[in-house]
Design a protein around this ligand. Sequence first.
Ligand code: UT7
Length: 330
Amino acid sequence: MSARAAVVAGLGAYAPERILTNADLEQMLDTSDDWIVSRTGIRERRIAAPGETASSLGAAASRAALADSGVDPTAIDMVICATNTGDTPFPCTAGRVWLRLNGPPRPAFDVQAGCTGWVYALELGRALIVAGAVERVLVVATDVLSSIVDWEDRSTAVLFGDGAGAVVLEASASTRGVLGSSLNCDGAGGPLLMLPAGGSAMPANQETVVRRQHYMKMAGNDVFRFAVKALPESIAGALQAAHLTLEDLDLVVPHQANARIIEAAARRLGVDLSRFVVNIERYGNTSVASIPLALAEARAAGRIGPDTVLAVAAFGAGLTWGATVIRWGR
Ligand code: UT7
């Protein structure tokens, strides 16, 4: 009898239409295209229009993933949404995405694990499918970072953008699918990347707004150093869980936070950069959405097809880090 696997039955992505270029940012902040490109690799990012929210972006990506899979919403058993910028702190954005898709009542909930959230959600979906609890899971990633970026803080404002992605995971007897994961969190690193106000530790009030504590704060250098180690460590862990080695990997699809982080991680791993998917130039850091956005582009470019073995790997607020190895196709 074949083992039960969770395969990727469909993939979709969505990015808002409005493009904010480095030249635009030069008009808003004391920064330059040269600084942004040389330090981060970013040239432009997408920004949600007024009225566009995490759930509307997530629903657009989910519609595309469902269409790609040919799976009807009635055949989806569960909706997991990774986000750090949900429409509201509660109710959950997964329920709002599902409502926009006119889906029937199903368990739907959010996963909040910084930029690693979608990798966490993917592993959760895999585990529930392999355990036999569900047949099909919609795993959504959506973030509207432009809603929590301090547009007066040049050290973060130039980095982030908005976007969404989604996959349909499906039970199968195939040897393809999500093969193994490695997930971690070190709460001691929490203060390095956080949104201070609006939670029970610092309820929002007029003073928190005046102090701009409802915007994201990041110790960029510390996160950079952490990330350069976290990406290779996660990939090694996921490969071990999948009983594979680096030689088996066709492609690495890393979280797109900084081109220099990706280059350093590739060097550390000893994997040529040509085996990495990098599209940060056009989207900036879209947090949870960066990996599914990159997956969709890589597939459209013919870099991913049936039996492609790839690792997705991320790091972010928590501090969290994690990776998953996938053999593509259903
Ligand atoms: O998704 C996960 C979370 N995010 C990340 O993974 C980000 C990780 N960190 C990074 O990518 C990098 O640390 C940054 C891109 C945020 C910063 O790059 P850096 O090379 O570490 O620069 P830095 O923070 O050391 O700053 C160098 C200089 C500073 O000036 P002084 O003190 O040397 O005079 C900054 O004030 O660059 C200045 N600077 C800027 N200059 C022009 C910082 N931001 C800007 C800017 N434009 N936008």
